[in-house]
Ligand binder design. Structure first.
Ligand code: ADP
Length: 447
């Protein structure tokens, strides 16, 4: 069996009730003790006055007959001989046996005590003082006693205190139950709404309470997360549809060619058909390879990374290629970054492919390091990219210039891959202002 209640509301209520009961219980015990000792002290003071008056009278030999009682029976005074006979008493104490068997010794002649006799409901408690009149062996003893009020004898005081503690603890629990219930109400509303939101319908939002408290913040964060999820799912869907569209075009071309060749074998140059089919297959292959690469970037973790001299890497890549136009390099030495060599080569390759494709006559590659960042720029002197398109071109399958891009074998994934690689390396890839042409700037943290 679980000992802890499952709901926060029940748990807080239980804790509040237990704490209230403990604190109030200790307080009640203190009150009980204080009341008892105050009442006993006050009664004892009353009995002491009479005890001393009567024992003085016994010693002086002036006590004769019944003892005068100025308290209307509240204080009982008896003078008792060693044998237990009551010789003198106040009227209320005359017909009763000695109030106590306590017999003060000759060296401790005065004794104060509280004594109870009998059983409920006839139980009686007396606060008493006993004075042995002299040190002589046959000295009489004067008892002066007063009854404790009944509420201290029959437990009424404790019962009232316990009931108060119980009542207040229940009150504390009730208030906690209400307050926590009201506080957690919005949480339940948020939970219910979240339970209904699924991947297929991310348009719903959780109710957002007014204010700035934790629950309002939770609701706001949940809604922001839903916003991001909705956008991500939309992007993913768009990507899937774009990808299938991209794949369908070369497949359709391939199929048309092959069908035509199989229906009219004599009208077709089989070599040309095969060449065209191979071109389409190449294109399919490169799209699929790019898609796979996109899915894999950043999944290798830091284990796959190594220290790389960015200037040397760019120099090697430029030398490896054959350019149809002029290429200028300005490569700073010792610009070290951590990265996956294959991926950085791919990133630079994509930028160079584009620059070559869109430049008029000149491509410039620069590598510098400053302020903890390595900066690699690829600049061309082509038509450039309008500011409004500078973010869009990094999206998958965006082509500003369809005919030219596809004609040159572009998959429309080049810049998306390049940016993904930059981000997987903790860097950025942006298009920056340049007087003429396009300028791509890659920034990576220096090692
Ligand atoms: P693609 O495979 O079509 O080249 P990219 O992702 O590499 O795909 O580029 C996306 C689009 O960005 C290109 O179609 C082109 O319109 C534009 N673009 C890229 N680089 C340049 C550049 N250096 N100058 C002008 N436009 C560019």
């Amino acid at each position: 069996m679980r000992m802890r209640p499952r709901s926060i509301r029940a748990r807080d209520t239980l804790v509040a009730a237990v704490i209230a009961a403990l604190v109030l219980g200790v307080t009640a015990m203190g009150v009980d003790l204080a009341v008892r000792s105050a009442v006993e002290a006050s009664l004892l003071r009353q009995t002491q006055v009479d005890a001393r008056r009567v024992s003085g009278a016994v010693r002086d030999g002036t006590l004769d007959g019944p003892i005068r009682d100025g308290t209307r029976g509240r204080v009982l005074v008896q003078v008792v001989e060693p044998g237990g006979r009551v010789t003198n008493a106040t009227p209320a104490a005359t017909d009763r046996p000695p109030v106590s068997r306590v017999w003060p010794s000759s060296n401790l002649r005065v004794r104060d005590f509280t004594e109870c006799h009998g059983h409920w409901p006839d139980r009686e408690c007396l606060v008493a003082e006993a004075i042995r009149v002299s040190t002589a062996p046959d000295s009489v003893v004067v008892y002066s006693s007063a009854r404790l009020p009944s509420y201290l004898v029959n437990g009424l005081l404790e019962a009232v205190l316990a009931a108060s503690v119980l009542l207040l603890a229940v009150l504390a629990a009730w208030i906690t139950w209400r307050v926590v219930g009201r506080t957690l109400g919005p949480v339940e509303a948020i939970r219910a709404q979240l339970a209904e939101i699924s991947a297929t319908d991310l348009s719903r939002r959780v109710p957002q309470p007014a204010g700035q408290d934790e629950i309002a913040q939770l609701a706001r964060t949940a809604n922001q997360t839903l916003d991001r999820l909705e956008r991500a799912v939309a992007r993913q869907r768009q990507f899937a549809s774009d990808a299938s569209h991209e794949l369908r075009t070369p497949i359709a071309g391939l199929r048309a060619n092959l069908e035509d060749a199989s229906m009219h074998p004599d009208d077709n140059d089989l070599r040309a058909v095969v060449r065209s089919a191979l071109r389409d297959t190449d294109r399919l292959e490169s799209i699929v390879a790019d898609l796979l690469l996109l899915a894999r970037i950043g999944t290798g973790g830091s284990a796959a990374q190594e220290p790389i001299d960015l200037g040397a890497l760019a120099g090697a890549e430029v030398r490896r290629r054959t350019f149809t136009l002029k290429i200028v390099t300005e490569l700073g030495g010792g610009v070290m970054v951590r990265g996956v060599r294959m991926q950085l080569v791919r990133l630079l390759g994509n930028l160079l492919d584009n620059a070559e494709r869109y430049a008029e006559s000149l491509v410039t590659v620069e590598v510098t390091g400053a302020d903890g960042l390595a900066l690699l720029t690829v600049t061309d002197d082509g038509a450039g990219i309008a500011p409004a398109d500078r973010e869009r071109v990094f999206e998958r399958f965006t082509r500003l210039d369809r005919a030219r891009s596809r004609g040159a074998g572009g998959t429309g994934l080049g810049l998306a891959i390049a940016r993904e690689i930059a981000q997987a390396h903790g860097g950025t890839l942006r298009i920056e202002d340049h007087p003429a042409g396009a300028r791509f700037a890659l920034r990576l943290p220096l090692e």
